[in-house]
Design a protein around this ligand. Sequence first.
Ligand SMILES: [Zn+2]
Ligand SMILES: [Zn+2]
Length: 252
Amino acid sequence: MGEMTFDSFVIPVKMGIQSSIKDNLFPIFCVDCGREGETWCENCRRQFDVAGILFCPVCSLQADNGKTHSTCARANWHLDGLVSLVPYRDNSPLTRLIKQLKYHFVSDNADWMADILRIWLAFNSERVKFIFNNRIIVPVPLHRRRLRERGFNQAELIAEALRLVLSERGIEDNVSTKLERSRYTSAQARLHEEAREKNMLSAFKWPDQEVCPRAVVLVDDVYTTGATMNMAAGALKAVGAQSVWGFTLLRG
Ligand SMILES: [Zn+2]
Ligand SMILES: [Zn+2]
């Protein structure tokens, strides 16, 4: 009993000292209102509109739960649907936070991520259940060289946050980081269309010795042309995935 009191007294004090030293060395300011203390303060997060985007990933028009229209699913299109949180806007707090994450190597203080996903889930709970139940969450991998430079994969952080908030809603999806990026896709322009398609598909690889999950949610920070996500989906389907949906925070 005495020991418990001791522990519960010591731990908060220790944490308090550590975090105050850290805040003094690297003060954190809210990306939105500029107030000191949090990367994105709770007050600003609450005011952020995260209704979610459910558009066809090919034509960007309204679609059922973000499912690819059957008329849009041409040959070599592998992504079955896409869910994104907000449109890409240069000055939106979410865009700036992701840039901070990717280019300034700020991987801590990413608590905002799970929180913003919670707000979005509150709007979309039923839909999301339908889309994300019984899937394996797979972050779009970085090339090894890029991963070394950055020290972490931002898509993995998002995948982990997504897993956490889904589990809070009773959806117990696991994260798998088995997908590999085999090489940079360069010099695409010089290749003929067929060769280009081959080149794109071989940019990602699921390890031969591993069984590929049948139903996958591919996670990335931003969806623009869809080329990357589509080639990752293609690589998964080539080794047995039946259904691959995309999930991104931003949509260009
Ligand atoms: Zn703020
Ligand atoms: Zn469409």
